[in-house]
Ligand binder design. Structure first.
Ligand code: DP6
Length: 421
């Protein structure tokens, strides 16, 4: 180690996306290594709308590893954080910053302490895969700081030990997590199936149904499912392997009809095994079910599916529209069925890529109020319109993988003290 009076702070800031599974991961065969009972496939979401930014820093003046999440200090003592830190430190290389006159030998990383600050641009634990982006970003940024030689796929096997779904956030576009066969988990890692440009027509609309903390964590939920559900084995052994092959083909061929059928049925089956768990786990609520009905009715009325939906361990709906035109039609239907509360303005009700709102011809609340029932529900009993069931909608699209942010203005830690800015 070198540098002036050992006062230096070296840091790296990175940004990592969230992902939404279209063939779900649910159930582990090894709890510590986080090895799943089936392969899964996800779509990476555009980090401009949903991402984690993390700054990692090292300095001889730090007396312990510390971490801050969204400005609040959190404990790094958990086994999962410790696994990730241990795995990364074990692979650390020599690092030299000639400008700052810093030289760190690879052995030094075992003794040096780290400061980590992480920030999500969306609510933590609202069922929006914040742990996935968070753990992936932690691993990715530390790998850059410590100059690891491993590629993103090898890094994904480290991120996996922080949170299973995190391993799929090491890539953009469409990603497959191989469950692997090895007992040590070395082949349980993520690969990119196609980048985000491969199928760039897709538009994603997320209905944030509840921003409350979720009730049953994925970790304990899937443990209970594996222990009590007789259906989960059938799902993992018989259903998912076929769906994985079909889904890979659908993505390769940009076959939206197959993609939508698989994504919807797989989400439904995941929630079915939750219901088959004893005691049962309910992640979706009444609003979630009404969103499914709205999409199903419309898809059925069209010749071919227009929108896919999928739900993780919470009530939020992630809808994937085949193109911008369908996304605009979807937004009209969603706003008709789930209008904002009178005190909410449209600008904060539809966030992310607001241009979809323009495509839908909606400029203000008057336009929302003027929306009429879509043709597929005409002549039927009007559906109950309830304001406030959806907190807000996020319009986004498939996006790219992790990136280093070299511009120091993005850093979350002070470059002199290594403490949160
Ligand atoms: C429903 O990755 O959060 O989102 O591995 O225990 O941290 P742990 O669980 P987590 O589970 C995600 C489950 C899911 C489906 C998915 O993302 O594939």
């Amino acid at each position: 180690m070198g540098g002036e009076a050992e006062k230096w702070v070296l840091m790296v800031t990175a940004r990592t996306p969230t992902n939404i599974a279209v063939i779900k991961y649910w159930g582990k065969r090894d709890e510590t290594l986080i090895l799943p009972i089936n392969d899964s496939i996800s779509v990476t979401l555009d980090p401009s709308h949903l991402c984690t930014t993390t700054t990692v820093s090292v300095s001889p003046s730090f007396d312990q590893d510390r971490m801050w999440l969204n400005g609040k200090e959190i404990s790094l003592q958990g086994g999962r954080f410790q696994s990730c830190l241990r795995e990364i430190r074990a692979r650390a290389q020599d690092v030299e910053d000639k400008k700052k006159g810093i030289k760190i030998n690879k052995e030094d990383w075992q003794k040096l302490n780290l400061h980590i600050a992480s920030y999500n641009n969306f609510p933590t634990a609202a069922g929006l895969a914040s742990s996935a982006a968070g753990l992936a970003c932690l691993v990715f940024s530390l790998a850059k700081l410590m100059n690891l030689k491993e590629d993103n796929s090898q890094l994904s096997a480290i991120a996996r030990q922080g949170s299973g779904s995190a391993c799929r956030s090491l890539y953009g576009g469409f990603v497959k997590w191989f469950m692997g066969k090895e007992e040590n988990g070395s082949d349980s890692l993520a690969v990119q199936l196609a980048d985000e440009k491969h199928w760039d027509e897709l538009v994603i609309i997320i209905a944030v149904v509840s921003a409350r903390q979720k009730e049953t964590s994925s970790t304990s939920g899937m443990r209970d499912t594996v222990e009590t559900s007789p259906l989960i084995e059938h799902r993992a052994k018989e259903v998912v392997p076929k769906r994985i092959t079909e889904m890979e083909g659908a993505i390769q061929n940009r076959d939206f009809a197959t993609f939508a059928r698989l994504a919807c049925t797989d989400s439904n089956q995941f929630h079915a095994v939750c219901l088959d768990t004893y005691p049962p786990i309910f992640y979706m609520n009444d609003t979630s079910h009404r969103i499914i009905s709205c999409v199903e009715k419309w898809n059925r009325a069209e010749e071919t599916p227009q929108v896919a939906y999928t739900f993780d361990a919470g009530p939020n709906a992630v809808m994937i529209a085949r193109n911008r035109k369908t996304a605009a039609l979807l937004l009209q239907r969603l706003l008709y069925n789930f209008p904002p509360q009178s005190d909410t303005d449209l600008d904060s009700y539809i966030i992310g890529d607001k241009s979809i709102l323009q495509d839908a011809g909606i400029k203000d609340m008057k336009d929302v109020e003027a929306l009429t029932a879509p043709p597929e529900v005409k002549d039927k009993i009007p559906t109950q319109k309830s304001k406030g069931d959806v907190s807000y909608f996020i319009c986004t699209r498939p996006g790219g993988g992790p990136v280093v942010l070299s511009d120091e203005t993005h850093a979350l830690l002070d470059p002199l003290t290594g403490l949160p800015k």
